[in-house]
Design a binder for this molecule. Structure first.
Ligand code: C2E
Ligand code: CA
Ligand code: CA
Length: 753
C-alpha cells in the first residue's frame, strides 16, 4: 500500500475513534474556559475602573466639601478679627447660622490664646468641653503654637472627641503672631462628615477607610461583606492633613457590576462543544454504519462470486459428456458460435471436423454396448490428447466426435490436424483384452467458406462426412459448394424413394462379363437404376445408401432378385439361356432372415434354376456377424446359387475367410485395375489375388476394365473374366440382347453410352 493511502486510513481511523467526540468537547471546553477567563479579566478591569471612578469622585467630593467647611471656619475667624469686641451673643448667633448652613459641624468653638475652650455653640450637650484645654498633648500644643505664629490653619488628626466618638477639629487662628486672639474651631464627627460627604450609594456598597498619616483613622461600614479582589486607595489633597481614602466594594456591588457575558460565552461555547461532539458522534455512527454496510456488501459480493463459481462448475458439468469426459455437443456448439464471432473480428478461419468411427455400429451390435462404451472412452482419450487452447474436442453422441480448430491460417493447418486425428487410429485399441483396429471417416467444414454460423458449419461438415463415407471410409472430405445441392437432392430422393417401388420406377441394367478363355459372355451383373419422374435415370450411388439408411433396401433387394429371376425366365428358352445374372446384395439385405427363402421363392416361381443366379457380396459380409452370414451364405450355396465377393481388396485385408466361405468368384476392385498396367504395386496385388484365388479354386473377375493395356495385363496373368466399359457399359436388357445378337460384346467395340 502506498503512503498517502495509509495516512488517509490513519486519519479516517482517527476520525472514527470513540475518543474523538470527547476530544472535540474538551477543546471546546478549553476555548470556553479561556474565553471566560479573558472576558472575566476584562470585566474585572472594568469593575476596577468603575471602582476607581467611584473612589475618585468620593475623594473629590470629600476634598471639595471639606475645603468649603474649612473656608467657612476661616471666614468666621476673619469676622472675629474684624469685630474684635464681638459680644458673645453675636458670635453665638453667627455660629448658629454657620451650623445650620454647614450641618456637618458638631460644634463651633472659640478657643482663647491659651487653648482653653471658651465659647461653644451649640452649648447644650457640649457643656463638658467648656474650659477644656485643646493643647492636651505636646504635639497638639506645638501644632497650635505654629498656627498662632503663622496664622495658618491647623487641623487636628482624627481624635476621640470629648463629646464622644471619633472626630476632627479645624483650628482657624484669629490674628497671627502676638496679636493672636485664639482660634475659631469647627468640630466634625467623622461619621456625620462621612455621611454628609458621601453619596448614599457609596455608603451602602462600600467599605470606606480613612488613613491619617498611614494610620487607620476611621472606618465606615466595617461590617460590609467586601470583595477582597477589589479596592482603591487614593490620597486626599487637604491642607495640613495627610489623609488616604481606601474604598473596598461590597460583594453585592461587584456582583452588580459584573457582566453576564463571560458566563454566557462559557455556556454558549460549552453548548457548541456539546453540539459539535454530538454531531461528530452522529457522523461517526453514520460512517460506521456505512462501513458496516460496505463490509456486508463486500461479503455479499464475495458470496455472489462464490455462487457464480459454483454455478460455473455446475455449468461445466453440464457441458461435459459423462461417458467420455469430453465437451458435449451443446457446449461445443456454444463455444463454436463464440469462436466464430471472435474469428470474424480477427479475420481468421475456423475448421470444424466431424469424425465418424468406421464399423462402430457393427462392433457395438456384435460385441455389446459395454464394449462399445469402452471403445468410445479409449478413442476419446486419444482424441483428447489433441486438444489445446486452439483445438477443442467434443463427443457428439453415437460414434461421432467433433473437433474445432480455432486459429486456421491456411488449409495446411487443417490437413495437419486431420493427419494427427488419423494417427490416433493408427494403433489398434485394446478393449476387453483384445486388440481392435478402428478407422475413422471425417467431414470438414471451414469457416467462413463453408458456412457463416455454427449450425450451417455443422450441417455442412455432416454433409462432407456423408460424402467421405460414400467414398469408402477411412478418409476425409472437405465440404464443397456442390455438396449442399446434393444434400438437398438426397433429402428429396429419400422422400421420393417411398413411392418408387409402388410406382415401378426401378429398372435393371445389365453389364456383361467377358470370359477371357473363350471370349464368350456367360454372365451379366444386374445394376439397378431409378427412373426418377423428374430427375431422370439415377445411378445407385444416389439412392442405395439412402435406402440402406432407411431400411428400404430390403424391399428394393427383393425387387431386384425378383426382376432378375423374371429376366432369366424370359431368356430361359431363347438364345441367351446360358446367361447367368449376378445381383448385388448389401450386408443389410443379408441381415434379413427371409432373404434366402425369398430368393428361393423367386427362382421357383419363375421356374429358374438356382445356378443361373449369382449373388455379389462385399467383403464386410464375411467379417461381420460371421455366424449368421455363414449360415445364410451356406443356404444360398446349397441352393446352387453362385457366390461372389465384390470389391475385393478394399477395406479388409484378412483373407482367412476365403477358406471358410463357399465362394465361387472374386471380383478385384476397380481401384486396383485402373492403374494396373502402370503401377507396380497394383500389378503385384492383382497378380497375387489371381494366384491366391486360383489356389483356392476360385474364379477371378476384374472390374472397371477400360483399356487395352488393362485387358492385356489381365489376360496375361490368367484372370478369368473381365467387366468394364471396354466391353460394355451397363445397358438395358433389350440393348444387351441386341449387342449379344450382333456379337458386339468384345474388346473391340465398347457398347453403351
Ligand atoms: P459394384 O457392384 O461394384 O458395380 C460396378 C460398378 O462399376 C457399376 O456402377 C458399374 O456401372 C461401374 N462400372 C463398370 N465398369 C466400369 C468401368 O469400366 N469404369 C467405371 N468407371 N465404372 C465401371 P453402378 O451401376 O453405378 O453401381 C454402383 C454400385 O451400386 C455397385 O457397385 C453396387 O455396389 C451398387 N448396386 C448396383 N445395383 C445394386 C443393387 O441392385 N442392389 C444393391 N444392393 N447394390 C447395387
Ligand atoms: Ca457388384
Ligand atoms: Ca464391384
Amino acid at each position: 500500500m502506498d503512503k498517502p493511502a495509509s495516512a488517509l486510513t490513519l486519519f479516517v481511523r482517527g476520525l472514527l475513534n470513540p475518543a474523538f467526540p470527547a476530544l472535540i468537547f474538551l477543546v471546546f471546553l478549553g476555548i470556553a474556559l479561556v474565553l471566560q477567563y479573558g472576558l472575566e479579566e476584562q470585566d474585572n478591569s472594568q469593575i476596577q475602573s468603575n471602582l476607581d471612578n467611584e473612589a475618585q469622585s468620593m475623594a473629590s467630593r470629600l476634598e471639595r466639601e471639606f475645603l468649603v467647611h474649612v473656608d467657612a471656619i476661616r471666614r468666621m475667624a476673619e469676622r472675629f478679627e474684624a469685630i474684635p469686641d464681638m459680644p458673645r451673643e453675636i458670635w453665638e448667633q453667627d455660629a448658629r447660622n454657620y451650623l445650620s448652613d454647614f450641618g456637618v459641624y458638631q460644634a463651633i468653638e472659640w478657643i482663647d490664646r491659651n487653648y482653653m475652650i471658651r465659647w461653644m455653640e451649640p452649648y447644650e450637650g457640649n457643656e463638658d468641653a467648656i474650659g477644656y484645654n485643646v493643647a492636651f498633648s505636646p504635639e497638639r500644643l506645638d501644632s497650635l503654637q505654629q498656627a498662632q505664629t503663622s496664622g495658618n490653619l491647623d487641623i487636628s488628626g482624627v481624635i476621640d472627641l470629648k463629646q464622644g466618638g471619633k472626630g476632627l477639629v479645624i483650628y482657624a487662628p484669629v490674628f497671627s503672631g502676638d496679636a493672636n486672639n485664639g482660634f475659631i474651631a469647627g468640630v466634625f464627627r467623622m461619621d456625620v462628615l462621612a455621611r454628609h460627604l458621601l453619596t448614599s450609594s457609596a455608603l451602602e456598597f462600600f467599605h470606606i477607610e480613612i488613613r491619617d498619616g498611614g494610620e487607620p483613622a476611621y472606618e465606615l461600614n466595617s461590617s460590609t461583606n467586601t470583595d477582597p479582589g477589589f479596592s482603591r486607595t487614593l490620597d486626599i489633597d487637604l491642607p495640613t492633613i495627610d489623609w488616604a481614602l481606601t474604598v473596598t466594594p461590597s460583594v453585592s456591588w461587584v456582583e452588580d457590576q459584573r457582566s453576564s457575558w463571560p458566563f454566557v460565552t462559557f455556556v454558549i461555547m460549552l453548548f457548541m462543544g456539546l453540539l459539535t461532539s454530538l454531531t461528530t458522534l452522529l457522523v461517526q455512527l453514520i460512517l460506521k454504519r456505512n462501513q458496516a454496510l460496505l463490509k456486508t456488501r463486500r461479503e455479499l459480493d464475495a458470496e455472489i462470486n462464490q455462487r457464480q463459481a459454483v454455478q460455473k462448475d455446475l455449468a461445466r458439468l453440464e457441458t461435459t459428456d459423462t461417458l467420455t469426459g469430453l465437451a458435449n455437443r451443446r457446449f461445443f456448439m456454444e463455444d463454436l458460435a463464440h469462436t466464430l464471432s471472435i474469428a470474424d473480428r480477427q479475420m481468421r478461419q475456423v475448421a470444424l471436423v466431424m469424425i465418424d468411427l468406421d464399423r462402430f455400429q457393427m462392433l457395438n451390435d456384435s460385441l455389446g454396448h459395454q464394449f462399445g462404451d469402452e471403445l468410445l472412452i479409449k478413442v476419446s482419450e486419444r482424441l483428447n490428447a489433441l486438444s489445446d487452447e486452439k483445438v477443442m474436442v467434443a463427443y457428439s453422441g453415437g460414434d461421432e466426435f467433433m473437433v474445432c480448430q480455432q486459429h486456421v491460417g491456411d488449409i495446411d493447418d487443417v490437413i495437419n490436424l486431420l493427419g494427427q486425428i488419423k494417427q490416433c487410429f493408427e494403433e489398434p485399441f485394446d478393449v476387453q483384452g483384445d486388440q481392435h483396429g478402428i478407422t475413422a471417416t471425417m467431414g470438414v467444414a471451414v469457416y467462413p467458406q463453408s458456412g457463416l454460423d455454427a449450425d450451417t458449419l455443422m450441417r455442412n461438415a455432416d454433409v462432407a462426412l456423408y460424402r467421405a463415407k460414400e467414398q469408402g471410409r477411412n478418409t476425409y472430405q472437405f465440404y464443397t459448394e456442390g455438396m449442399q445441392d446434393r444434400e438437398v437432392m438426397r433429402l428429396e430422393l429419400d422422400k421420393d424413394l417411398d413411392h418408387a417401388l409402388a410406382n415401378d420406377e426401378f429398372v435393371l441394367y445389365f453389364q456383361p462379363q467377358l470370359d477371357l478363355n473363350d471370349s464368350s459372355i456367360n454372365s451379366v451383373e444386374a445394376l439397378i437404376r431409378w427412373q426418377h419422374p423428374r430427375r431422370g435415370l439415377l445411378p445407385p450411388v444416389d439412392f442405395i445408401p439412402l435406402a440402406e439408411e432407411s431400411g428400404r433396401i430390403t424391399d428394393i433387394g427383393r425387387w431386384v432378385v425378383l426382376a432378375a429371376c423374371r429376366q432369366l425366365a424370359k431368356w430361359q428358352n431363347g438364345p441367351h439361356a446360358n446367361l447367368r445374372i449376378a445381383v448385388n446384395l448389401s450386408g443389410r439385405e443379408l441381415d434379413d432372415e427371409n432373404i434366402v427363402d425369398h430368393i428361393q421363392d423367386a427362382l421357383e416361381s419363375n421356374g429358374v434354376p438356382a445356378e443361373r443366379l449369382e449373388v455379389e457380396l462385399t467383403e464386410e459380409i464375411f467379417i461381420q456377424n460371421i455366424e449368421h452370414n455363414l449360415n445364410q451364405l451356406s443356404r444360398l450355396h446349397k441352393l446352387g446359387i453362385h457366390l461372389a465377393i465384390d470389391d475385393f481388396g478394399v477395406g479388409y485385408s484378412s483373407l482367412g475367410y476365403l477358406r471358410d466361405f463357399p465362394v465361387d468368384l472374386l471380383k478385384i476392385d476397380s481401384s486396383f485395375i485402373t492403374e494396373v498396367a502402370e503401377r507396380h504395386d497394383d500389378a503385384v496385388i492383382t497378380r497375387a489375388v489371381i494366384n491366391l484365388a486360383h489356389n483356392l479354386g476360385i474364379q477371378v473377375v476384374a472390374e472397371g476394365v477400360e483399356t487395352r493395356e488393362q485387358f492385356d495385363f489381365l489376360k496375361n496373368h490368367r484372370c478369368d473374366l473381365i467387366q468394364g466399359y471396354l466391353i460394355s457399359r451397363p445397358i438395358p436388357a433389350a440393348e444387351l440382347e441386341k449387342a449379344l445378337n450382333a456379337g458386339l460384346l468384345n474388346m473391340d467395340t465398347p457398347v453403351g453410352t
